[in-house]
Design a protein around this ligand. Sequence first.
Ligand code: ATP
Ligand code: MG
Length: 322
Amino acid sequence: MSTAAVRAEGVIRHFGDVKALNGVSIEFEPGMIYGLLGPNGAGKTTLIRVLTTLLRPDAGTAHVAGVDVLANPTEARRRLGLAGQSAAVDEFLTGEENLHMIGRLYGLSKRDARKRADEVLERMTLTDAANRQVKTYSGGMRRRLDLAASMVGRPEVLFLDEPTTGIDPGSRIDIWGLMADLVDDGTTILMTTQYLEEADQLADRVGVIDDGILIAEGTADELKDEMGGSIVELSVRDADLENTLGALTSALGAGISFDAGRKLISVPAPNGPLELMAVSRTLDAASLIPTQLEIRKPTLDDVFLKITGNGESASTAAGGES
Ligand SMILES: Nc1ncnc2c1ncn2[C@@H]1O[C@H](COP(=O)(O)OP(=O)(O)OP(=O)(O)O)[C@@H](O)[C@H]1O
Ligand SMILES: [Mg+2]
């Protein structure tokens, strides 16, 4: 039997013509936070639904905490927790009542269920709102209650689908702290996120899913290293844009892109300062003065845009401009 926290192989799930999952294999050890990144519609929620027994795949296998989720869904449910992308709590009950009910469903005594409810409410800083009906909660409070609900059963593996979407920055940091505490207590977490910075901060491993396929995996640093070094970024006055792109492209070759939204020109800089100096010399020779010029390390955003292909439009735009 596998000891991996999650092990899925060749998971396929189609909805009619939509190939939501197209052969996903994923495996990671207990005791970590695994961050699953991907654009809207990539298949993240579908994968979580398969792993948490809510959806049967068309093909493939999936184990959570060593339990085959397809063969033994009841046993798997005992070992996993889920905070889905949309709320799963009862609007008309109070926060405390919701959590108490979930504790009872997990087989806790009344007393233990109450104790556990109070513990997780406090961890989620919801104690003051514990006795209010959920329908009076703000969006962020509901999200926190959802997370609290997923922790009541002390799961071995916790699945969090966009745990911090719609949560203010302060509370987001609280939730990050809470997730780290859970891992210290022995819980393994698989989280999806749209915030690359969040995966960078929290996740021990990062997987990128696109069009139902896992297209990259590694630590955040490994993924960044694949970008090959640093990036020189500069902006110029609108009137100078075309000339600048032309000059840089003839001096430094391909790979130069322009992000029209941020009005930033990016130049790959595998050798760091060397490319920065080359950019500077090229601009100087053409009597072009940038309004901003800097060199920086790649972020997970850069990786994400590059491998999901969403960055292509930037280079195409540059090609069109020059
Ligand atoms: N029950 C369903 N019936 C039909 N199509 C579905 C169903 N569930 C998901 N899909 C489709 O499968 C694809 C993957 O959806 P999924 O919800 O897994 O994406 P996601 O990565 O979670 O996206 P998001 O970031 O928007 O939450 C999408 O094209 C979606 O429309
Ligand atoms: Mg989703």
